[in-house]
Design a binder for this molecule. Structure first.
Ligand SMILES: *Cc1c(COP(=O)(O)O)cnc(C)c1O
Length: 372
């Protein structure tokens, strides 16, 4: 049995037929960019995000950058070149690229000693008079701690931008991820909880004025009459919007399936000696990431699983402060928890299209690999 690290639910039987019909409608319509499907998708996303105004864009990476720019954080959005944005080091490269692209300074913080995300004291220590925004990331689908972070940002009068690329559909304290901050960036890259059949993203705002600005920025600053500011081409196309409207209808079932698979893994892998992810209510289980006892053990586990046909992936091999462009610009620093996580973490296959047989095989393969 060969189990890939990911298989898109777009291609699942029962869904792909609907997708093909929707796509052929788009092709026949002749309207391919920022049309009726994009508008309908924005409305549907808004409904899931406490009626916040949603601006559809072409990737999660652009969503993050546009969020900062629309808020006026960093020189590209009319802020200052020394505006600081605090973000975790243990996350995807797009987070830091967005801060740099917005013309602001990234301030990286370490993870907690017993979890993936930074704790509130790490954010507090990184606060300076130049802090303009905090970028909170719901890593692997876990939005826990967002409520506390939102409280603190409010007290400190700094913007909270939520990166919900991996946790669309998750919640903290019963409130949806993406509704806590001033802005929330979504990615619909195929592997995310809401996945397109290509690249797409969106950004939601608390303040409609910021959303209006993002709407201009995604289309060269053009308001239909004049170019009011220097923007981007970050438009979403109709084909992706049509796919996403269908996938959004499936999302509750897909999230339920993700939670069920996670609970199977959590129960069955308890005795393997691996550190399993924390269970939290509201977790969207985008990725199921375990920790081995050391880097060597992690690499050995990955090899043993590969030999049994189970693909794995490392999210992320290096924390952001160890990336060459960061070191070149800001020098070497040491964030021990994020470095340890990068060495020891391993993602197992977890996605709605995983069959019951495949789930059983993953479990058996991990159990075998851990006693070998
Ligand atoms: C995927 C991802 C992004 C970037 O999204 P793209 O659509 O791939 O550009 C940003 N942040 C996080 C945490 C992600 O997982």
């Amino acid at each position: 049995m060969n189990i890939p690290i990911f298989r898109s639910a777009v291609s699942a039987e029962g869904t792909v037929e609907a997708v093909i019909l929707a796509l052929s409608d788009v092709l026949r319509s002749g309207s391919y960019v920022l049309g009726a499907n994009v508008a309908a998708l924005e409305a549907a996303l808004s409904q899931r995000l406490a009626a916040r105004e949603v601006v559809a864009v072409n990737s999660g990476s652009d969503a993050l950058k546009l969020a900062l720019q629309a808020l006026g954080v960093g020189s590209a959005g009319g802020g200052r070149g020394d505006d600081e944005v605090i973000l975790p080091s243990y996350t995807f490269a797009a987070c830091m690229e967005a801060v740099l692209g917005a013309g602001a300074i990234p301030v990286l913080v370490d993870s907690q000693d017993n979890g993936f995300a930074p704790g509130i004291t790490a954010w507090q220590r990184a606060r300076s008079p130049r802090t303009r925004a905090v970028l909170g990331v719901g890593l692997f689908g876990d939005a826990r701690g967002t409520a506390e972070l939102a409280d603190w940002c409010r007290q400190e009068n700094v913007y909270l931008v939520e990166d919900i690329a991996q946790c669309f559909g998750a919640s903290d304290q019963g409130q949806a991820a993406g509704t806590w901050g001033d802005a929330a960036a979504m990615s619909f890259y195929p592997t995310k909880t809401l996945g397109a059949a290509g690249d797409a993203g969106a950004v939601a705002f608390r303040n409609p004025g910021h959303a209006r600005r993002a709407r201009l920025l995604r289309n060269h600053g053009y308001d239909g009459q004049e170019h009011r500011e220097s923007g981007h081409n970050s438009r979403m196309d109709e084909l992706q919007a049509a796919v996403l409207r269908i996938m959004l209808q499936r999302l509750p079932d897909d999230l339920q399936r993700r939670r069920w698979i996670a609970s199977r893994y959590l129960q069955s892998l308890r005795t393997t000696g691996l550190t399993l992810p924390d269970v939290s209510e509201g977790h969207a289980w985008n990725y199921f990431v375990v920790l081995a006892g050391s880097g060597k053990e992690r690499d050995r586990l990955a090899l043993r699983l590969a030999a049994q046909g189970v693909a794995t992936r490392v999210y992320y091999p290096e924390p952001l402060h160890r990336h060459a462009p960061y070191i070149a610009r800001f020098g070497v620093c040491h964030l021990p928890h994020s470095e340890r996580l990068a060495q020891r973490s391993l993602a197992l296959p977890l996605y709605p299209a995983l069959t019951d047989d495949e789930i059983a095989h993953v479990i058996q393969a991990v159990q075998t690999a851990c006693v070998e």
